[in-house]
Design a protein around this ligand. Structure first.
Ligand SMILES: Cc1cc2nc3c(=O)[nH]c(=O)nc-3n(C[C@H](O)[C@H](O)[C@H](O)COP(=O)(O)O)c2cc1C
Length: 351
């Protein structure tokens, strides 16, 4: 099957096209945002993937939204990530760091004391977020000043630099699911009337500047980007996501990224993969509810790989199980975000 053949995405060399999708699992140290030993074991167990994309990782203390998510902004965090990238490389795997700034999708209860929650505009997301103290409403965010925006763009640059210092093969910009980049792109959350909002062109600026900053570190061919046009997750609303993402992709296309990672969303009646193909000419990774056989049929000249999320949680040896058509284990949804090894590193291989 084509799924098990090698491919290249920019500078990344995948030994197969079964990619592990980014998944927040909340096993980092809550006080320091430092990755734990248990995370090293978890990623090493899954290193037979053609590529691992890590859980969303904050580029700064301000970028943290949830509890027990890792960071990539301190020397302790870089040192801990180094052990993880080394463990994956020892198994012959490749690993990309997903950089996630949550913006307004946050609670002060999940952050260090005094760390702000910021967003393009002072518009809170409706809904609640999990904290160690139970469910709490999303914070009322502070609207970012011009200086805040420039600082945050630089945080993404530094996070990229730190990721490479930690041995990652690449970095991925998380640009969906209602987090900061998506907040800038969308009319519901971006009410600014300056260089960073007010027109379609200006709503794109933040994401484009972040990509420029990330690609300036060591070239575009180690940088990917993840999108899901139309995704309403975390109270995200845009008047015309089709127009927004078409314009964005046309601008990103010539930048020569390693890949564009597209989540389909057929339940909303959208054709995100079609939208990506119409506006972007580079390599694609596609995602959401694929199984082995559908993944095999979707691969083509442009779609180079498929990412799998939930199947990788309960099946560390997913590539082997797909290759040999073995039965899959099912996830326990109760332990997705709980601290500790249960439901994390204790899923076994087939035999
Ligand atoms: C527990 C869990 C955590 C997730 N965390 C992230 C994340 O940090 N970043 C991200 O881009 N997507 C995240 N996702 C979405 C997955 O990457 C993926 O898009 C989703 O699970 C659908 O793919 P699947 O049908 O193969 O599971 C998460 C999904 C799950 C189940």
């Amino acid at each position: 099957m084509k799924l098990f053949t090698p491919t290249e995405l920019g500078r990344l060399e995948l030994r197969n096209r079964v990619v592990m999708a980014p998944m927040t699992r909340s096993r980092a140290d809550q006080a320091s945002d430092v990755p734990t030993d248990m995370m090293r074991e978890y990623y090493q167990q899954r290193a037979s993937a053609g590529l691992i994309i890590t859980e969303g990782t904050q580029p700064s203390a301000e970028g943290k939204g949830y509890c027990r998510t890792p960071g990539i902004y301190s020397s302790e965090q870089i040192a801990a990530w180094k052990t993880i990238t080394a463990a994956v490389h020892a198994e012959g795997g490749q690993i990309v760091l997903q950089i996630m700034h949550c913006g307004r999708v946050a609670s002060a209860a999940n952050k260090a004391a005094g760390v702000r929650t910021v967003a393009p505009s002072a518009v809170a997301a409706k809904g609640e977020i999990f904290t160690e103290q139970g469910m709490l409403p999303f914070d009322e965010p502070e609207a970012m000043s011009e200086a805040d925006i420039l600082q945050t763009i630089d945080d993404y640059r530094r996070a990229t630099e730190n990721a490479f210092a930690a041995g990652f093969d690449g970095v991925e910009l998380h640009c969906t699911s209602g987090y900061l980049p998506a907040q800038f792109l969308s009319t519901g959350s971006n009410r600014r009337q300056d260089e960073w909002g007010g027109s379609l062109e200006k709503r794109l600026c933040f994401v484009l500047e972040v990509i420029k900053a990330m690609t300036a570190v060591d070239g575009a061919d180690r940088v990917g980007m993840r999108i899901c046009p139309g995704n309403p997750f975390n109270d995200l609303h845009d008047d015309n996501h089709q127009e927004t993402f078409s314009a964005l992709l046309q601008k990103v296309d010539p930048m020569g990224l390693a890949y564009l990672h597209v989540i389909r969303m057929p339940q909303l009646g959208l054709d995100n993969i079609g939208l990506a193909k119409a506006n972007y000419s580079g390599a694609l990774i596609v995602n959401e509810s694929f199984d082995r056989d559908e993944a095999e049929t979707v691969l083509d000249e442009q779609i180079q790989a498929v990412s799998f999320g939930r199947p990788f949680i309960a099946n560390p040896d997913l590539v082997r199980r797909y290759r040999e058509a073995l039965a899959l284990s099912q996830i326990n949804p109760k332990t997705l975000y709980t601290p500790g090894e249960a439901g994390y590193t204790d899923y076994s291989t087939f035999d």
